[in-house]
Design a protein around this ligand. Sequence first.
Ligand code: PFF
Length: 492
Amino acid sequence: MAETREQWHSRTAFIMAAVGSAVGLGNVWRFPYVAYSSGGGAFLIPYFVALFTAGIPMLILEMGLGQRMQKGIPLAFGSVRKPLQWFGWWAAGLSAGIVIYYSTILAWAWVYLWHSFKLSWGDQPQTFFIENVLHRSSGPGEIGWPVLSLVIGMALTWLTIYLILRKGVRSVSKVVMITVPLPMLLLAVLLVRGLTLDGAMDGIRYYLTPDFSKLWDLSIWLKAYGQIFFSLSLASGVMIGYGSYLGKKAEITNSAFITGLANCGTSFFAGFVVFSMLGYLAKIQGLPISEVAEGGSGLAFVTFPTAISQLPALNVLFGAIFFITLLTLGIDSAFALQEAFTTGFNDKWRIPAEKLARYFVLIAFPISLIFVTRGGFYWFDIVDKWICDFGLVISGLIQCIAVGYLYRVGEFRDYLNSQSEVRLGRWWIWALRYVTPVILLIILTGNIRTEITERYSDYPRWATLIGGWGVLLFWLVLGYVLYKRPAKANRT
Ligand code: PFF
């Protein structure tokens, strides 16, 4: 009997979910930092070029492939060429890998939300983060036990993910109506607070003053492409999975444009929030902005708490708002990643959503505890680096080649044009066949060269072999096993 696939409540729900998966912690702690260190306002040029020549074309490819095949990444690629199902499982495995370590950041955010009520970090936020929250050991070889408060944060994160995913796309359709607008609203509140602080304008000037000479530097262009890729959650199967829950007649191209532009607009906007606060912090500490400006976890868990403590009033309120923003930003990226992986099991073995959500969380939660041990921070850092710098880049490359060369891409474009609001010209095929793969290849070669010549963060080789290459290899093997396991009767 023909079964119909679950579907989004509405087109808005789909776009909201896609924006929710794209807009995450990266928009707040990665974009502003990359932008200011890569030419300030001038960085917007390579950034938007990357968005239109690689980001949106890939987004259309992923959403369109999912929608056309009505399947998540493993079987969608298996329908292009059978052996590509193996690749699909590998890429889906990367998204499972990401959500398992991404949950760590959410666990930190829960713990900080708790501490924000008493501003417990006091005047030593750096020491507080490393010693009181992470209980960080001296290196990846000294793992130790999981830290209790972080285990609680981790449990809360997985419980939330389970509750959201157990009813499948139906509950996601509802949840994203809150988890997408809420952090935007909270960012706007933080922005108003930030802009009215002393020194805010210095911060903004620092963020945006264009340095056009940087545009001659190839590495800035590669950074722009890398940032677009990560920010739009590409190559992990997320957008294919989400696209697969669209109806057979659904519009694709305009939705992809809306998603891409909304995501990049949020990044740009978040930069104002971050740099107005940094401007203030620099002013009251009497330091140059370059000394307070940080990216990554340092920004969210050290610099921001410092600024929050120094606000003239309502510190607790703004502290809580900031960490709720992080949680709501991150949670929809997290469940999108889990969904990208589990949807393959539903496609192939018809396992219901609740069971998949339950099994996944029951397996992933204990594994994720590695990242909240005393040495967990180092493992988090290694897995993140390898999955993003090698895994996702290789996955993106394979996707472009598979669709650009092994699939009838011209006919695919006609298919998309026949039901979409924005008509794709030949540029789309060019972007997929030439621009994106060439850039990804250059990025990959650069990353491999750096890995051979320098040791990442001075970690011992055995640690990067296990946490880096080992994780990528593990999914390759497991992906093969899943590929070879017979399916349970075909869905029509
Ligand atoms: N796009 C998310 C962010 O910018 O924070 C992170 C992310 C989610 C990356 C999902 C990759 C991914 F597959």
